[in-house]
Design a protein around this ligand. Sequence first.
Ligand SMILES: Nc1nc2c(ncn2[C@@H]2O[C@H](COP(=O)(O)OP(=O)(O)OP(=O)(O)O)[C@@H](O)[C@H]2O)c(=O)[nH]1
Ligand SMILES: [Mg+2]
Length: 312
Amino acid sequence: MNMQDQPAGTPPEPQGGTRCGYVAIVGRPNVGKSTLLNHLVGEKIAAASRKAQTTRHRIRGLITRGPDQLVLVDTPGMDPDAPKLLGKVLNRTAEAALHDVDAVIFVVEADRWLAADEAMAQLLEDCGRPLVLVVNKVDRLKDKGRLLPFIDRLRRRLEFSEVVPLSALKGMNVEPLVEALMARLPPGPHLFPEDEITDRPQRFRVAEVIREQLLERLGQEVPYATSVDVERWEEKGDVVHIDAVIWVERENQKAIVVGKGGRMIKAVGMGARHELEALLERRVMLRLWTKVRESWQGDLEGIRRMGIDVDP
Ligand SMILES: Nc1nc2c(ncn2[C@@H]2O[C@H](COP(=O)(O)OP(=O)(O)OP(=O)(O)O)[C@@H](O)[C@H]2O)c(=O)[nH]1
Ligand SMILES: [Mg+2]
């Protein structure tokens, strides 16, 4: 939180010596931003998958340790070549997230620098925020000797206040990142209750769990066309009844999501229910439907109706 964001009249030094700051997590699609966020907060709050464009929102994850509160902002992967309007909207969401933060985590994959990384680097060149480089997926690097030259190359490309090689998936070397970020927090009051781990409501997290199941189980084409909406949430005794709609763009995609004899949607439902019961710590009755909303990714109104933020 920048001092100038505080209402007029508040003293510059908050009482109690608390500190609080926003840090955006940015990078091209699929580098592991959401996996990192989930690992940092210790629970799944954002869907993560092998498919690009998994994240469609700015998702805040919170870490509070005593007087320090870190607000992490996960963003959609930036891809300058994203063909559809949805891709462009997601790029804007990511770009807008850079504006109101105290620092930026630039996530890249170890020893893998693509055109989309370079485009991201160009954007970061003049964002005017301290940059922390996270070199993720070091567990996949066969020749560890390649790590240092890779980091050296990036250091010549951009100025970083910190460089942390890690594995978000395995949770390797993640703590030094948290410590480095915590050490740089500006003074300020906490913006969220200390026991919260995200600003997103349970319904959103439920939809993300279902979408992650879809992304993992479906082939290449359909997942991008899907979106999940929780339509009913009813608590009866110790059971939560949840009805959710899986939106697709075409009839033939509906058939794929349902699968032969309903097998696919059943598997998605079972996988999701299993995770949701752990998340909600209650029994879950989950009902899934598929519905068609044509080409919703192609028009702003459709994208908005899917609950995706559209930045001006
Ligand atoms: N081996 C390995 N895989 C990882 C690691 N971190 C993430 N992954 C995998 O990389 C894939 C992409 O992860 P996400 O967290 O969804 O990536 P993202 O950057 O959020 O992607 P978008 O939301 O599409 O921009 C998933 O299959 C993860 O399991 C890691 O440290 N090691
Ligand atoms: Mg993501």
